[in-house]
Every structure is written in C-alpha cells, then in structure tokens.
Design a protein around this ligand. Structure first.
Ligand code: NAD
Length: 345
C-alpha cells in the first residue's frame, strides 16, 4: 500500500481526495502545513507526497525529501515553477495534472474582466449598504475592442473563444504559435501597444518572469485592463503600482500575486498584513485581487483528483508515467524517453 503525504491541504482537498481514493490501495495523510525545508521531514515513511502551487520544492527541500524516502512528487496542479527539476532528476519522479478544466480558469478570467470593467464588485458592496448610486461605475463596451492574449495554450484558447463571443478582436503572442487555432499572432510589444484588454495565460518561466514590467506597461494604451489568472510573478508588482498611480491603467484584475504564498488560501482577517504592496494594490478602486481561485470548480477538482490518483497508480504499477516532467522535458521539449525507457529517468 502506497503512503502519500498531502501538504498544504484545505477542507476541499480533504473532502475530494477522500471521496475518490481507494482505501485499500493508498494510505493518505493530510497535513495543513506547506512543504518547505522545515516540514519536509513530515514525509518520512511516505513514498509519495502531493503538493500544490505554493509549496516549496526547491533543491534543499528535494534533498530532504529524498533523505526521508520520498520517490514521487504528485503535483495537484498544472504549473510547476515551484519545483527544482535539476535537483529532482534521477532522485524523485515528478508528475503533474497538465489539464483539468481549462474552462474553469478561462471562464473565471472573463468574469474578472467583466467585474473590473463594469465595477460589479463595487456595485455589490454599495447595494449591500442600500446605496443605490451608480456614480463612478462607467465602463466600456467590450464589443469592438481588442483583446491581447499572452500564451495561447489550453486556457488562452478558451479565453479567446469567450472574448470573441463578446465581439472582441483578438491578437495574441506565443513563442510557439499554434497553427490550428484562429488567432492573429503579433509581437509581444504589439500586444501591449494595441490591446484594450490584456489577459495572461503563459506559464511562469525565467523568460516570462515580469513579462508585465515598466517597459511593457509604458507601451499600454491609457485605460487598458490587465487580467492575470496565470502566475503572480508574471507581473512586476512595483511597476504595476506605479502605472496605477500615474493613471496609466484602467483596471487590474489579479487572481494571483507575486508574493501570494504568505497569504493566499489562508484566513488572515485577524492579522496585521505586513505586505505593503499587497495592501497598496488592494486599496485602489480599480483593482480586484482574488485568492488563486480560478481553478475551483467541481469539474476541475474531479479532474485534479482523478489524474493525481492515476499518476500515483501508474507509478505503483511501474507503468508509463504519462504526466511526468523533468528538466530535460522543460529545456529541450523532450527527454530521454524511448521504447525501453518508460520514464524520464
Ligand atoms: P498550456 O501549457 O496549455 O499553455 C501555455 C502556453 O503559454 C503555451 O502555448 C506556451 O507556448 C505559451 N508560452 C510559453 N512561453 C511563453 C512566453 N514566453 N510568452 C507567451 N507565451 C508563452 O498551459 P495552460 O493549461 O493554458 O495554463 C496556463 C497557465 O495558467 C499555467 O501555466 C498556470 O500558471 C496558470 N493556471 C492558473 C490557475 C488558477 O487557478 N489561477 C489554474 C490553472 C493554471
């Protein structure tokens, strides 16, 4: 029976994984702490661990996990920027959930766009207080405007379809353009310069870190809207705050934040929040911050749980690890797999 330690679990993780996990095959231990150098030792006795977006699987943590006997990391998410793959290579297999419900994230991104454009979040707060004034809630028609999509993978493509439904003209940037999708690919600078709405759907990599920076913000149209449901560090928060101060940006909707791991997914309502940039961002009337919830639908949770368990089963049965990823896959687009070698190492 495989033992799996789940890090950074919330009630919905416990509920959904308990519902789907065959009790005869796996012994699961849920812990609330995030994975880091201090908590890695808690995995002792487990061959596998299961982690989420803000767990720290950097090199020293990987070494500590290996020492504790861990041989498999199950990422219950698509993104993998929190794992040091060089350190894991030939020690610990890493598998992920490459797709669960891209609709969940794209639909949420379009919801954020509608909210920030038409101030729906503020209207809700006003009418709760019986304040029925609509002053200050002027928005723009999306119909006829230009949307710039950065990253045209699974989620970006669906976002494009949704925005087309609003009557928007779509331009896109992706270093690997997909010939199968109907998109007008342009340069990154052109996306920033011509779009009325920019939505980020690329992964966080060394190339994309701070892709929204001072230089690109300066190119943006005055009053354009930025939506980020991808990863926080795609945006240089200091530069963004400056662009908001200078009235350059019309609206910003963020489901992710550069330094989110300290706060997101936690109830900090009784604490003094010490992250001045987060507090500053949230103080602006034209900014919405939500707590990395774009994935949270029943369909997405079902996909996450079933793929994670299928990944574990493939490892236990010594089958092909279809969702394995290693530094070679990332750097070269493929690794050493062949007919005889089923897995990355
Ligand atoms: P995907 O792998 O299907 O697509 C990513 C696309 O980004 C690819 O087409 C790739 O070529 C492109 N890309 C790579 N480097 C780029 C660059 N430098 N500039 C522009 N594009 C680049 O991934 P996906 O399933 O569409 O997910 C996209 C991202 O969404 C994930 O990496 C993850 O960070 C984020 N995400 C967020 C949530 C949430 O709850 N907020 C949930 C799931 C995924």
């Amino acid at each position: 029976m495989m033992k799996i330690t789940f890090y950074d679990t919330k009630p919905y993780d416990r509920e959904w994984f308990t519902k789907f996990t065959p009790v005869d095959d796996y012994k699961i231990r849920f812990i609330e702490s995030k994975l880091n150098i201090d908590t890695a030792v808690l995995a002792k006795g487990s061959e596998a661990i299961c982690i989420f977006v803000n767990d720290d699987a950097s090199a020293p943590v990987i070494d500590a996990l290996y020492e504790a006997g861990v041989r498999l990391i199950l990422l219950r998410c698509a993104g993998y920027n929190n794992v040091d793959f060089q350190a894991a290579y030939k020690k610990i297999h890493v598998v992920r959930v490459p797709a669960y419900s891209p609709y969940a994230v794209a639909e949420y991104a379009s919801g954020l766009l509608l909210s920030i454009n038409r101030k729906i979040h503020r209207a809700y707060m006003r009418t709760k207080e019986y304040n029925f004034s609509i002053s200050g809630f002027m928005g723009m028609d999306l119909n006829g405007k230009t949307a710039g999509i950065i990253g045209t993978g699974k989620i970006g493509r669906i976002m494009m379809d949704i925005l087309r439904g609003y009557g928007m003209h779509i331009i896109a940037y992706d270093p690997h353009p997909n010939p199968d999708i109907e998109a007008q690919y342009v340069s990154l600078d052109t996306v920033f310069a011509e779009a009325d709405v920019i939505s980020l759907h690329c992964p966080l990599t060394p190339e994309t870190k701070h892709i929204v920076n001072e230089e690109h913000l300066a190119l943006m149209k005055r009053n354009a809207i930025l939506v980020n449901t991808s990863r926080g560090a795609l945006v240089d928060t200091k530069a963004l705050i400056q662009a908001i101060y200078t009235r350059k940006i019309g609206g910003v909707a963020l489901d992710v934040y550069e330094e989110e791991d300290e706060y997101f997914f936690e109830d900090r309502s009784n604490d003094i929040v010490e992250d001045d940039e987060l507090v500053r961002l949230m103080s602006f009337p034209n900014v919405i911050v939500t707590s990395h919830q774009a994935f949270l639908t029943e369909e997405a949770m079902t996909g996450i749980v079933t793929t994670t368990l299928a990944n574990a089963e493939a490892y236990v049965k010594d089958d092909f690890l279809a969702n394995e990823i290693c530094y070679r896959c990332i750097e070269f687009g493929k690794c050493n797999r062949n007919e005889t070698r089923k897995n990355c190492f």
